[in-house]
Design a protein around this ligand. Structure first.
Ligand code: G4F
Length: 328
């Protein structure tokens, strides 16, 4: 039985990845912060349904010792490093902790693997935020990085560390350059979920407005459960490599908004307030990924497109009245 270790196991992607790996017969281990173990109702909701099938270990990306101990104990065949401070807005508010957690955390995981289980295959969660103010569209594996936030900068550093460990120590280390990927399990701070919940709360009479930032920004949005399949496939290849994972479509926040509110039979213009305070100090205006390398080498393709994704998210939140009432 293969053993997988997932950092950031309480997150959206990890919840889908853990399900996928369990279905494939893996023994699944996850690293979580101690605070999450102490508050399972709020912090483990995405993996509640599989808690009896996976093993959780307390650890922190801020402590090499804790990561080292878990890697030594689990001795994984595959490690999926998904943990990060992943909210771009927050990275402007606290660049120090974002850079510290994301860069050192990646270095700690890579170093522990190099020391204890150099044969372990390693996946790094890169991001389309690394392209930032890209000079060309669509972006592929050869597009130069131009990150526009401390988060994007931290992800470029993690990408470089991953490549460096591959080239220096012969680790089987891959980076997925994943474009935005969403689902009904998306965190509440990201724009897609904020819109889906906002539309549902307005529909149920719990709110009468929704405050958003830049509606003109364009993103390539896919379905998270599709994207974790690509992570898995990267670690099953003969050689380690880096891959763009995307849908090759781009849509504005405004398009998402229009469609989401229409799914709830609402007109967004009656409720949405554009608040300049929500704008970022530096915006990424346009992202669209060319996933042809992943399609050719991994045989990967997205199965859920934009309209279906928006509807899936809004429908899920409309059905979840109890959660909506407690959400502020
Ligand atoms: O949903 P977002 O916060 O996602 P963002 O910044 O693109 O980053 C996400 O995707 C990356 C992959 O490319 C990940 F690496 C990263 O960890 C994260 O998952 O914002 C999307 C767009 C931005 O242009 C933002 O300015 O929506 C715009 N926006 C407009 N109003 C808003 C809002 N974003 C948020 N979060 N909240 C708003 O009210």
């Amino acid at each position: 039985m293969k053993r997988a270790l997932i950092t950031g196991v309480t997150g959206q992607d990890a919840s889908y990845l853990a399900e996928l790996l369990l279905n494939k017969g893996y023994e699944v281990h996850g690293i979580v912060r101690r605070v999450a173990l102490e508050d399972p109702v709020h912090r483990l909701w995405r993996i509640r349904h599989i808690l009896d099938k996976i093993t959780l270990h307390a650890g922190s990306l801020e402590s090499y010792a804790s990561i080292f101990n878990v890697v030594e104990k689990v001795r994984p065949d595959e490690c999926y490093h998904l943990a990060a401070q992943s909210f771009v807005t927050y990275s402007f508010e606290d660049a120090f902790s974002t850079l510290n957690t994301n860069i050192n955390g990646t270095l700690f995981v890579l170093s522990a693997i190099k020391e204890k289980v150099p044969e372990c295959r390693f996946y790094y969660a890169g991001s389309s935020e690394m392209f930032g103010h890209a000079k060309t569209t669509p972006q592929n594996e050869n597009t130069p990085f131009y990150p526009r936030s401390p988060y994007g900068i931290s992800k470029v550093a993690g990408f470089d560390l991953t490549r460096n460990f591959r080239e220096s120590y012969n680790l089987f280390a891959c980076s997925g350059i994943l474009f935005n990927h969403e689902s009904p399990r998306r965190g509440f701070e990201f724009v897609t979920r904020k819109i889906a919940i906002g539309a549902a709360r307005i529909k149920l009479g719990l709110d009468d407005e929704l405050r958003l930032g830049n509606l003109e920004a364009k993103r390539d949005w896919g379905f998270a459960a599709d994207y974790v399949k690509a992570m898995y496939l990267m670690l099953q290849q003969d050689d380690p490599d880096d891959y763009v994972i995307a849908t090759n479509e781009t849509h504005s926040v405004k398009e998402f908004l229009e469609l989401a509110f229409a799914c709830a039979d609402l007109n967004w213009k009656d409720y949405v307030i554009v608040d300049k305070q929500v704008y970022r100090p530096a915006e990424v205006y346009l992202l669209m990924g060319d996933y042809s390398k992943g399609k050719k080498k991994l045989g990967w393709e997205p199965t859920v497109r934009f309209e279906e994704l928006v509807k899936m998210m809004v429908d899920a939140d409309l059905k979840n009245g109890e959660m909506l009432r407690s959400h502020t």
